[in-house]
Design a protein around this ligand. Structure first.
Ligand SMILES: [Cu+2]
Length: 286
């Protein structure tokens, strides 16, 4: 067997390895047609800030990397040993040491402050006019809960989630008769959307690359700090991004960002038929 591998010319094995690196799109589950070597095109206002810091750090490190390599090669050539010239050997320079320790420290401090500001802006409280949607992950799909005409989601508690009451809704709340659930996330473009994120079983993750959003859904908790505002209409995909079991690969839901008019038509149709049934939990307790 080993002798067989020894017979492979080295350029062939190298070309195989290179082909693996050069064709990552064939290794990704859902093929992307654009932006293959960069992030997918952003679709939210928060995403602009995230992309800003990502691009800034990318170009800063590119600039530093190229600069350092250029100086390195220049010195390598300039102070090399030649006939009649001895290789130059430096024992260090305190002034230079201080400069190249202080400069990166200042850059890192600046990046930390910049990053914190971006993080704070993304996580500041949702605006008052944001629409509330509950998103619940479970093995292996997503359920969305929309409020009725009042715009207020019925009171719910993760502790009362059961087979009969999959959202853990309080049946005493009058809003509980208005809410409806869907398996796709439909959003009017430009409207702030406040997500209440929950899990019914294990840890899942709400991941939408175009929204620059990645947030774990943890059983027993309601994650209430995720909100965003979309910039353009389009079809996206909500994909679970925490390995959550054997069906994880297929745990996804469509996201449709549509015009306000299109959303109103869709909502009017849905809100007519509240479809959340809260069963008799006393049966389960027996
Ligand atoms: Cu999952």
């Amino acid at each position: 067997m080993l002798s067989f591998f020894k017979k492979i010319p080295p350029y062939l094995s190298w070309s195989f390895l290179l082909s693996l690196i050069a064709s990552p799109q064939s290794l990704i589950a859902e093929s992307r047609l654009g932006h293959i070597y960069w992030t997918p095109e952003n679709a939210t206002i928060n995403g602009l800030a995230t992309d800003g810091i990502l691009n800034f750090i990318f170009w800063l490190t590119t600039f530093v990397f190229l600069g350092v390599q250029a100086i390195y090669i220049y010195y390598l050539v300039k102070y090399r040993r030649r006939p009649g010239v001895k290789a130059h050997y430096s024992h260090g320079n305190n002034k230079l040491e201080i400069i190249w320790t202080t400069l990166p420290t200042l850059i890192f401090l600046g990046l930390a402050i910049y990053g914190n500001r971006v993080w704070y802006n993304i996580h500041r409280p949702a605006p008052a006019d944001a629409m509330n949607i509950e998103v619940v992950g479970y093995q292996f799909a997503w359920d969305m809960r929309y409020p009725g005409p009042s715009g207020v989601l019925a009171r719910s508690d993760v502790r009362t989630i059961s087979i009969e009451n999959k959202f853990g809704i309080d049946p005493a709340d009058p809003h509980s008769k208005e809410d409806f659930s869907t398996t796709e996330l439909v959003i009017p473009v430009g409207k702030p959307v406040h997500i209440f994120l929950r899990s019914r079983d294990v840890i899942h993750s709400f991941y939408v690359p175009e929204f620059r959003l990645y947030q774990d859904a943890v059983p027993g908790r309601t994650i209430a700090w995720v909100w965003f505002r979309t910039l353009r209409t389009g079809n996206f995909q909500l994909a679970c991004s925490q390995l959550c079991g054997k069906g994880h690969y297929n745990m996804k839901a469509p996201i449709r960002v549509v015009s306000q008019a299109e959303y109103d038509t869709w909502y009017a149709e849905k809100v007519k038929k509240p479809n959340i049934v809260i069963g008799d939990s006393s049966i389960a307790k027996k």
